[in-house]
Design a protein around this ligand. Structure first.
Ligand SMILES: NC(=O)c1ccc[n+]([C@@H]2O[C@H](COP(=O)([O-])OP(=O)(O)OC[C@H]3O[C@@H](n4cnc5c(N)ncnc54)[C@H](OP(=O)(O)O)[C@@H]3O)[C@@H](O)[C@H]2O)c1
Length: 364
């Protein structure tokens, strides 16, 4: 039996566009392996939306967005008058994928309203957008429970690294006593270049050319992004209701290239490390700071486009995980992982692969 999953996708930038590619490329495989037909019924960007209950063409939307267009212009289904919020509030769907900008300075809008509205309507929500989770973690979880919906946000921390699944699911039964993470790609990249002897201006220019640095890089370089991810990790994995204001935050802009080079010569590697230390009063000390790690430290060994996390636990020892993320595809793919986690909670194929491929052995 095939189950249809109707998807609304808000935000068609780096991630949303790649998620469209994934739907086009992986759709048949997902249907064969899991019995799920993923149908994109609605999509929105900043200029309007498109809606078709029979299904939009994700490959066409990806190409349109790559060419700088808007879904509002899609003949017959597009509209500049129907905003993303209108779509989320009215369209018939099962899952909202929310991939609009973080906008923490503006109350995480419009993402927070999109997520709230969808959950109130009983839609499951999948989002790589940190903003809503950082500002309203508990509220959104309560809302989801109240309306029988699920909320998944694997892509909010360390790109495609399943840091949250590892911490929440695979460490079941443990108490996580300490978290250390390098959850931000941009700062690791810039620090590496500074260590190679480039000036700040050269390092920023290279990072920008590589698409690693935002137009306004202060969110990353001043440590806000890492702090936001730490807050989500601590809420989700430690079960502690942490807030952004509690993070003792220092970015990397106070470091000079000479500091980074000198550290390297002394056998140390600067990383922007996010740390949470569980306290006896069931709270946590939260810190984001550039840290000269010994060169053999797991996080010091991360390459320039890698992110990582270390969980110190009471019963499973110390668990470390890292990802090499040369493009945003792994981050976009977290939306697929989250949807599959909602509909195929065991994580294994529900039936033998109907193509009779090697996947069959997974369920034997
Ligand atoms: N890039 C990554 O590697 C990465 C990794 C993990 C998590 N994330 C998170 O994923 C989200 C998306 O990231 P991204 O890199 O794809 O961002 P992006 O490239 O800046 O794309 C943002 C998209 O949101 C749309 N948008 C902006 N304002 C909107 C509004 N009011 N209503 C509807 N749509 C609106 C934009 O529309 P236009 O196309 O019309 O401009 C664009 O399509 C962010 O929250 C980000 O933090 C990103």
């Amino acid at each position: 039996m095939t189950q249809t999953v109707r998807i609304l996708l808000i935000g068609l930038g780096n991630l949303g566009r790649r998620f469209c590619d994934l739907l086009a490329q992986k759709g048949p495989e997902v249907e064969a392996r899991y019995g799920l037909r993923l149908v994109l019924v609605g999509a929105a960007d900043s200029r309007g939306s498109a809606y078709d209950p029979a299904g939009l063409d994700p490959a066409r939307i990806s190409a349109l967005k790559q060419a700088g267009g808007t879904v509002a212009d899609l003949p017959g289904v597009g509209s500049a008058d129907r905003t993303a919020a209108d779509l989320v509030g009215t369209a018939e769907a099962d899952v909202l994928c929310e991939a609009s900008p973080v906008n923490l300075q503006r109350g995480a809008e419009p993402g927070l309203t999109h997520v709230r509205t969808a959950l109130q309507r009983g839609l499951h929500v999948v989002t790589p957008n940190k903003g809503p989770l950082v500002l309203a973690y508990r509220e959104l979880h309560d809302l989801a429970a109240q309306h029988g919906a699920q909320l998944r946000f694997d892509g909010t921390v360390a790109g495609g690294l399943p840091a949250l699944y590892l911490g929440q699911r695979d460490l079941r039964g443990a108490t996580v006593t300490r978290i250390e993470a390098v959850p931000n790609l941009c700062t690791g990249y810039v620090l590496e270049l500074l260590g190679d002897g480039l000036s700040w201006e050269e390092a920023k220019a290279r990072a920008r050319a590589e698409g690693v640095l935002e137009a306004d890089p202060s969110f990353d370089l001043e440590g806000w992004d890492a702090a936001a991810k730490l807050v989500i990790l601590v809420n989700a994995v430690m079960g502690i209701p942490a807030r952004l204001e509690e993070v003792d935050r220092t970015g990397i802009t106070g470091l000079s290239g000479a500091d980074v080079v000198a550290a390297r010569e002394a056998g140390r590697v600067y990383k922007l490390v996010a740390t949470a230390e569980r306290r006896p009063d069931s709270r946590a000390d939260l810190r984001v700071a550039p840290t000269p790690l010994p060169a053999d430290h797991f996080l010091a060994r991360l390459g320039r486009k890698q992110m990582g996390v270390i969980y110190h636990t009471d019963i499973y020892g110390t668990i470390m995980a890292a990802i090499d993320e040369p493009t945003p595809m792994p981050s976009a793919a977290t939306m697929l992982r989250d949807i599959l986690d909602i509909y195929v909670p065991g994580g294994y194929p529900v039936a033998f692969d109907r193509r009779g491929t090697e996947n069959a052995e997974l369920v034997s």
